[in-house]
Design a protein around this ligand. Structure first.
Ligand code: PLP
Length: 390
């Protein structure tokens, strides 16, 4: 299917492969290997002279359907699926870089991504410089002759800082580097980084792509040539998405456009309401006109998305009071599914930072992050109001 279809159509139809049985819904191919009609056919498959499945570490039709559907939505030439979002990020570096090369990354990225870059990849000779997500000039100054990769998330977690993807892509290209955008929070329904100049898009499919909190998965998308190295790492090292998870993700993606619209509508209504509550010092949501980068956000993403952060007066005690008074929301750091989740970053996801590091990162003790789900907003407001003062 080509790009003249609307995302709503691509989400339901793109990538579907049918067997000789002409099944309507996508089949789940639970097989570890594939048989050949003859020795000559086996040889042709292995040499690459003839396309086709060989072994499920490399390719599997259920996984291929997931890859093609996501590629259609992101407008990418190629997608390679992985067992998790972190496996996708690891494969990007292992597939495209070598020892002695350098990464410039946003300081505001997923915690495990920070650990991967600063503790694991550093041991193999790939060094990372962390810079401000909101100041493109810092990216320019951090670039070196050996820089190969720029890496960011926008909006960031939990502060919803917005990176100027167009500007940072231009700086990456001047420096001879690729820009990779972790598009987990927006999904291709709200933001298509490749159209804004990024070279690679990365997903944790575990979040909104599944949308029901059931399975882990990941993906890397971009141009055919760039993705060849990423695929070579996958087929050799094996952090492969299972056929079962791919099939679950395909079902989830059918409703992605409808869900992302509903998440955004609910989040905007909740954020607008929170701004008016006594005891709430500030609300961070890119869809609010009061967000410091509202204009930039709306120039690169279509709506604000589902993640809202807010700071209550009274520090940790006040924040915990709000969290512990909820009866509906799930107290968990996970995000992206139908159920609203609530978390206190200072004592969970960012709890291992020193108080100084947390202050520098802007993670106050009164900060609460909500991943707004698909429940009624009236019920969500009542759930929060119980623990707010007055
Ligand atoms: C969850 C997440 C990841 C990691 O994905 P897994 O599927 O848990 O490995 C990476 N980036 C972002 C922004 C995430 O939220």
């Amino acid at each position: 299917m080509t790009e003249h279809f609307d995302p709503a159509t691509l989400a339901v139809r793109a990538g579907t492969l049918r067997t000789e049985f002409q099944e309507h819904a996508e089949a789940m191919f639970l097989t570890s290997s594939f048989v050949f009609g003859s020795a000559a056919e086996a040889a042709a498959r292995f040499s690459g002279a003839e396309p086709g499945n060989i072994y499920a570490r490399f390719t599997n039709p259920s996984v291929t359907m997931f890859e093609q559907r996501l590629a259609a939505l992101e407008g990418a030439e190629r997608c390679v699926a992985f067992a998790s979002g972190m496996a996708a990020i690891l494969a990007t570096v292992m597939g495209l870089m070598k020892a002695g090369e350098h990464v410039v990354a946003s300081r505001s990225i997923f915690g495990s991504t920070v650990q991967l870059f600063s503790n694991i990849l550093a041991r193999f000779g790939v060094e990372t410089t962390f810079v401000s997500p909101t100041d493109p000039e810092e990216w320019r100054r951090a670039a070196r002759p050996e820089t190969r990769l720029f890496f960011l998330e926008s909006p960031s977690n939990p502060l919803t800082e917005v990176s100027d993807i167009r500007a940072i892509a231009a700086i990456a290209h001047e420096a001879g580097a690729w820009l990779a955008v972790d598009n987990c929070f927006c999904t291709p329904i709200l933001q298509r980084p490749l159209e804004l100049g990024a070279d690679l898009v990365i997903h944790s499919a575990t979040k909104y792509l599944d949308g029901q909190g059931r399975v882990l998965g990941g993906a890397v998308l971009g141009g055919k040539d760039l993705l060849e190295g990423v695929f070579t790492f996958l087929r050799t090292a094996g952090p492969t998405l299972s056929a079962f998870n791919a099939w679950v993700l395909l079902k989830g993606m059918e409703t992605l456009p409808i869900r992302m619209r509903a998440h955004s509508e609910n989040a905007l209504e909740l954020a607008t309401w929170l701004e008016r509550q006594p005891g709430v010092d500030r609300v961070l949501y890119p869809g609010l006109p009061s967000h410091p980068q509202h204009g930039l956000a709306m120039s690169q993403q279509s709506t604000g998305g589902g993640i809202v952060a807010f700071e209550v007066a009274g520090g940790k005690e006040a924040a915990w009071r709000v969290i512990d008074a909820t009866r509906l929301m799930s107290i968990t750091a996970n995000l992206g599914d139908t159920r609203t989740t609530i978390t206190h970053p200072a004592t969970t996801t960012h709890g291992r930072l020193s108080p100084d590091q947390r202050a520098a990162a802007g993670i106050g003790d009164g900060l609460i992050r909500i991943a707004v789900g698909l429940e009624s907003v009236a019920d969500l407001k009542a759930d929060l109001a119980r623990g707010l003062p007055g």
